[in-house]
Design a protein around this ligand. Structure first.
Ligand code: CDV
Length: 309
């Protein structure tokens, strides 16, 4: 068995006024809790250090730069790295990245037990819109504040396995998992901030949104025979509600651990990476069964091309 005892570390709401040090203290408390439960790997949400700021429209986009990190770790995040290193624990979390060249990304990292950043991923599938949209119940301005990720979907050898990352909306796209599946991924970790209301379809029930969330994770896990660890930022941030749904999905596509509620909390599971081998060597043995001569459209076109009338 190659087991990674993994803690999905959900964060409750982070208000606009909450500063980084307070959030980092909450993350350290979750790290300590995970350590007490024997976990060696902790996964936090998307944009873990701040409120979900893309809901706020800034006419001058540079005003949003206060939500971005210019270095990682920086003075405010170093205590988290230090505590993880003391515990010898690996971790993954998301943050808004502002590069020295002035580029903006929605990013997540993999940090090993020595505190070294071993992997970086930048969100590819940015949802939402660029300009203020009065038709929506709330704004979702990721396309205003971030560039699409430029790193693809890499995977990394870590903790005796092959790990990959994606972020929130990426989990709804089969291409995300398959790109990593084709590199043998054994565990995909992701964080999310999912509003419980569809800004363009107010009548959509929360249980439908939760269904789509789990459907995506479970399909991605099963079809690529990989673990998927999905971690929410949940609860009400300045009047805007984010759903929970933190869970761990096994390579059969089953939800094997789930966290109830919308507060800070962890759920821990022993993820045996060898459990991925059966699917990878049988029904989803890609080398034997894939028929790439028929998949050209998947990378050859973006939108739908209708058949002739
Ligand atoms: N942060 C996100 O990417 N949220 C999207 C919402 C906008 C649908 C999600 O896929 O959950």
């Amino acid at each position: 068995m190659r087991t990674i005892r993994t803690a999905a570390a959900q964060l409750g709401p982070i208000q606009k006024a909450e500063e980084r040090p307070a959030v980092v203290a909450r993350m350290i408390a979750l790290l300590d809790a995970a350590k007490r439960e024997g976990a060696t790997f902790v996964v936090y949400p998307e944009l873990a250090l701040t409120t979900f700021f893309p809901r706020w429209h800034h006419e001058d986009r540079a005003e949003a730069d206060r939500w971005f990190e210019r270095e990682m770790p920086g003075p405010e995040t170093r205590p988290l790295f230090e505590r993880a290193r003391q515990h010898g624990m690996a971790m993954s979390f998301g943050y808004a990245e502002l590069t020295p060249e002035g580029r903006h990304f929605n990013t997540s990292i993999l940090v090993d037990g020595s505190g070294a950043i071993v992997g970086k991923y930048r969100k590819v599938h940015l949802p939402g819109h660029v300009e203020f949209d009065p038709e929506r119940t709330h704004q979702h301005l990721e396309k205003r504040y971030f560039e699409p990720g430029d790193l693809g979907f890499p995977v990394w050898r870590m903790m005796g396995g092959i790990l990959g990352m994606c972020i929130c909306n990426d989990r709804r796209w089969p291409e995300t998992y398959r790109s990593m599946g084709l590199q043998g991924v054994e565990m995909v970790v992701l964080g999310f901030n999912t509003p419980s209301v569809n800004s363009q379809k107010g009548g959509e029930a929360l249980d439908k949104r939760m269904f789509h969330h789990k459907l995506s994770l479970q399909a991605g896990a099963y079809q690529n025979s990989t673990w998927v660890v999905a971690v929410a930022k949940a609860g009400t941030e300045d009047g805007h509600h984010l759903m929970g749904g933190t869970c761990i999905v096994d390579p059969d596509g089953e939800v094997v651990a789930e966290l109830a509620g919308e507060d800070d909390g962890i759920v821990v599971h022993d993820c045996d990476l060898d459990a991925t081998l059966f699917g990878k060597t049988t029904i989803f043995d890609f080398g034997r069964h894939r028929r790439i001569e028929h998949y050209g459209r998947i990378t050859g076109q973006v939108g739908v091309e209708l058949p002739p009338e």
